[in-house]
Design a protein around this ligand. Structure first.
Ligand code: ASP
Length: 590
């Protein structure tokens, strides 16, 4: 047996026990005639000690050990003289009787401790060393726990885990595909799935009425906002269901995940909000409802006082920043500059200070009486001590800017505690989005999403205004201002699907080429069905209270889409190129 215990296991009750441990040396130090060694494995750290009375050979061996050497030691568990209450094993130490070096290590390029001294790049290059650090081990352990909870819940609910292929044809998620050349089919390419969407719908046609898969998906997108080119979805589909059934099933899953992995009870039921309310009151389709400070429309109250900027705009909205009336001139100027940054995009910012003494002070005082300011402030939901922040412009754009400003003020005010969890379903999305540039409709979710049954008439109407108000039978799961998942009830009738392609301007030939197999399958008795998918990496990060998903993926890519550890992507040799019938005209840029 290599070890009788792990390095995180021994406690005061084990004093007197003879044990064998194996692990990595985190550090060793000499103190007087004694050598102390911290031995680490993924369960914790145990202090080892060689005292001055030990045989010379053992003392010499102990002093020759370097960081990250792998050793095996046998000895007796002793109560420590100076205990360390911060460590679970801090009451004991192991007095080494025999020591065997199982493997040496070259000096690692950074410290392998809770907080490393290594920068991001070097840690990415030596990811396997970074993965030895406790924060990453905790992250992967949480990911594992959540995956087990998902499997146990869905199994209990009758779902079958079924794998779908990776070498497929383009999927309808709307990002760029990664493609793989086919050697056996010269000139042809597979696409890697952006999601198993079409396959899970085919499984419904095949009668597997409850499917799930924790599955890798691939999207060739720009990787700005903490995205990965390959990421994992909890992908699910159900037959003979309505929206209500899907939401209830996955509320149950989330509840179990929170309860068993974090010991947290989430709201029951999880609140629901229409997309329209989300936009109107939070300026976002993924509202953070951990705090209020909602957006209020004040267009009618603000217009008509002679202030040209307001009088000529479509929409005026406001939020009341809690307790910020004491912002100084300098702070207000800085906030105005902040909203003018391209990431926010406002032209300017108007404020009303609701002073504690009941008076009002505004940046547009000369156009508004104290009474008018009071009315506006009240409509914005402000109380004494608050600072009303007003933006104006085109309705949805201004709401979005106010939404960004609201989150910023929420951050500044400490309202966005990562340990507080506020889940939300956003429902009733518009089915279509109109794009002015290309002058056509796009599917807000994907082209297999069904319209709400009560909007069918508008769906078949030729009028743009009618199509614009068709709501989708779609839903998103939002947690703390992040969209964690989404899905829809699908179209399962040929005529309705054809109408969808028609509205989206996809020709019959194009639809046939891209989705012919699924259109055809739907002729063989497709059951009513619907489903959803959660972004598993982001679920893990949010459960872990972190903003970035990278720590929750064992071997992630950097933001250029590179794996710097294995140096990929990289060139392939000429023989491979020829076998794949590929030629490259690309030359490295200066
Ligand atoms: N396939 C969709 C997505 O990846 C989710 C779904 O509709 O089930 O967003």
């Amino acid at each position: 047996m290599y070890r009788t215990h792990t390095c995180g296991e021994l406690r005061i009750e084990n004093v007197g026990l003879k044990v064998t441990l194996a692990g990595w040396i985190q550090k060793s130090r000499k103190l007087g005639g004694m050598t102390f060694i911290d031995l680490r494995d993924r369960y914790g750290i145990t202090q080892l000690v060689v005292d001055a009375s030990a045989e010379q050979e053992l003392q010499d061996c102990a002093s020759s050990l370097g960081r990250e050497f792998v050793i095996q030691v046998t000895g007796e568990v002793l109560e420590r003289q100076s205990k360390n209450p911060k460590m679970p094993t801090g009451d004991i130490e192991l007095k080494i009787e025999t020591l065997k070096v199982l493997n040496k290590s070259v000096t690692p390029p950074f410290t392998i401790e809770e907080n490393s001294d290594g920068g991001e790049d070097i840690r990415a290059k030596y990811r396997y060393l970074d993965l030895r650090r406790p924060p990453l081990q905790r992250a992967l352990a949480l990911r594992h726990r959540l995956a087990q909870e998902i499997r146990s819940y869905l199994d209990k609910e009758g779902f079958m885990e079924i794998e779908t292929p990776y070498l497929i044809k383009s999927t309808p998620e709307g990002a760029r595909d990664f493609v793989v050349p086919s050697r056996m089919n010269p000139g042809s390419f597979y696409a890697l799935p952006q999601s198993p969407q079409t396959f899970k719908q085919l499984l419904m046609v095949a009668g597997y009425d409850r499917y799930f898969q924790i599955v890798r998906c691939f999207r060739d997108e720009d990787l700005r906002a903490d995205r990965q080119p390959e990421f994992t979805q909890i992908d699910c589909e159900m037959s003979f269901v309505e929206q209500e059934d899907v939401l209830n099933t996955f509320e149950g899953m989330m509840r179990q995940m929170f309860r068993n992995a974090l010991g947290v009870e989430i709201a029951n039921p999880i609140p629901r909000m229409s997309w329209y309310d989300a936009m109107d009151f939070y300026g976002s389709d993924k509202p953070d409802i951990r705090f209020g400070m909602k957006i209020h429309e004040v267009t009618d109250l603000v217009k008509g006082h002679g202030f040209q900027v307001f009088d000529s705009c479509e929409y005026i909205g406001a939020i009341a920043a809690t307790g910020c009336a004491e912002y100084t001139r300098k702070e207000l100027d800085a906030l105005t500059e902040w909203v003018k940054r391209p990431q926010v995009g406002a032209k300017g910012l108007v404020y009303i200070k609701c002073n504690a003494d009941g008076s009002f002070k505004s940046s547009v005082d000369k156009f508004y009486s104290a009474e008018a300011l009071k009315t506006i402030a009240e409509a914005a939901g402000a109380s004494a001590g608050d600072l009303v922040l007003i933006l104006c412009g085109q309705k949805r754009k201004t709401q979005t800017m106010l939404g960004v400003l609201r989150l910023e003020m929420g951050n500044r005010l400490g309202f966005r505690d990562p340990k507080v969890f506020a889940p939300l379903w956003v429902v009733d999305f518009p089915l279509f989005e109109w794009d002015d540039e290309t002058s056509r409709f796009y599917a807000m979710h994907h082209p297999f999403t069904a319209p709400k049954p009560e909007h069918i008439e508008w769906y078949y109407s030729d009028k743009k205004e009618d199509l614009e108000r068709v709501c989708a039978n779609a839903y998103d799961f939002v947690l703390n201002g992040t969209e964690l998942g989404g899905g829809s009830i699908r179209i399962h009738e040929a005529a309705m699907q054809e109408r969808m392609f028609e509205i989206l301007g996809i020709s019959k030939e194009d639809a046939e080429y891209k989705f012919g197999f699924i259109i055809n399958a739907f002729k063989f008795g497709a059951p009513p069905h619907g489903g959803l998918a959660f972004g598993f990496d982001r679920v893990c990060a949010l459960f872990g209270g972190q903003e970035t998903i990278r720590d929750y993926i064992a071997f992630p890519k950097n933001n250029q889409g590179r794996d710097v550890m294995i140096d990929s992507p990289s060139a392939i040799d000429d023989v491979q190129m020829e076998e794949l019938y590929l030629s490259s005209t690309w030359t490295p840029q200066e």
